[in-house]
Design a protein around this ligand. Structure first.
Ligand code: SAM
Length: 293
């Protein structure tokens, strides 16, 4: 039989297979955009289920690429998906998905680093994304900053990170991975490891394993503190994580011994031994010493 007359095979959602989409639209992965694509709709549907409930509010996806996770979200019943993509080459391919799901999916060409997502979709909004690794932590810190202002900014964030970053988000005190990102994330949110994804699942395969994490904002932070102060204290403390606090906090513009004493933490403790609540106490005492309201 002549191959050219064969009807193309379709995926379970009735749209072309993702590998055919990539070929048809010439979506060869660009490293500069952190492009590693997932082509298995069963897998993207699993990520989508981890990001639910999908039938209320808007699901915001960063970096749809050829549309694997987007289609997973829509197959799993997402009522309204807004995807933000920086790579113009993907838009034509995504227009096919828009046509297949009228009124349920919209794609926007934009740089997620420059966008305030609250202006693009009303609450409740959830972020579900296979993030470009080169900007994943910058994006997360930006969203955490918004959550610090208002915990209802996002109902949840279900995000794929490099495993090593994911481990930092969920790390507990006295572990190697516990650091600034653990404190800031856990201060504001509950962070859960959902599952790992092997490099083999991606095209092209990255060098590292990936992990899907579900981050749910707490109704209020674990303890009172100002975000900017907490950032300053954790930067000083973890900047010299092998040193005792009496040494590492010397870089702050207050009497570090007085601060440590006021906060009631051990001066010989190291940053990784302090709980999130203890960092918050340090932040509050620091602000009190400087007379910051
Ligand atoms: N969601 C697709 C998947 O799971 O197969 C693609 C994920 S790929 C890891 C990351 C995607 O983010 C790429 O499509 C890339 O073009 C896009 N991207 C990279 N930087 C971006 C930015 N600053 N703003 C929006 N999208 C970006």
């Amino acid at each position: 039989m002549d191959d050219s007359t064969e009807t193309p095979r379709l995926a379970q959602d009735g749209l072309p297979l993702l590998k055919d989409v990539i070929n048809q639209y010439g979506l060869m992965a660009k490293k500069s955009l952190g492009q590693n694509f997932l082509l298995d709709l069963n897998l993207t549907a699993r990520i989508a289920r981890g990001g639910g409930p999908l039938d209320e509010g808007t699901i915001i996806e960063i970096g749809p690429g050829p549309g694997g996770l987007t289609r997973g979200l829509l197959m799993e019943g997402a009522k309204s998906v807004l995807s933000i993509e920086k790579d113009r080459r993907c838009l034509e391919a995504l227009a096919e998905v828009e046509a297949a799901y009228p009124g349920r999916f919209r794609v926007m060409e934009a740089d997620a680093l420059e966008l305030d997502l609250t202006k693009e979709a009303p609450a409740p909004r959830r972020i579900v994304a296979n993030l470009p690794y080169n900007v994943s932590t910058v994006l997360l810190v930006g969203w955490l900053t918004q959550i610090a202002e208002d915990p209802e900014t996002y109902a949840s964030l279900t995000l794929m990170f490099q495993k090593e970053v994911a481990e930092r988000l969920t790390a507990q005190p006295r572990t190697r991975d516990y650091g600034r990102l653990s404190v800031l994330t856990q201060w504001l949110c509950d962070a859960h490891h959902l599952f790992d994804i092997s490099p083999k699942a991606f095209t092209p395969p990255p060098k590292i394993t990936s992990t899907v994490v579900r981050i749910t904002p707490r109704s209020k932070p674990l303890a009172p503190a100002r975000l900017t102060t907490l950032e300053k204290i954790t930067e000083a403390a973890f900047g010299k994580r092998r040193k005792m606090l009496r040494q590492s906090l010397k870089s702050l513009d207050v009497d570090s011994m007085a601060l440590i004493e006021e906060a009631g933490v051990r001066e010989t403790a190291r940053a990784e031994e302090l709980s999130v609540e203890e960092f918050c106490t340090l932040a509050r005492c620091y602000d009190a010493m400087l007379g910051n309201g």
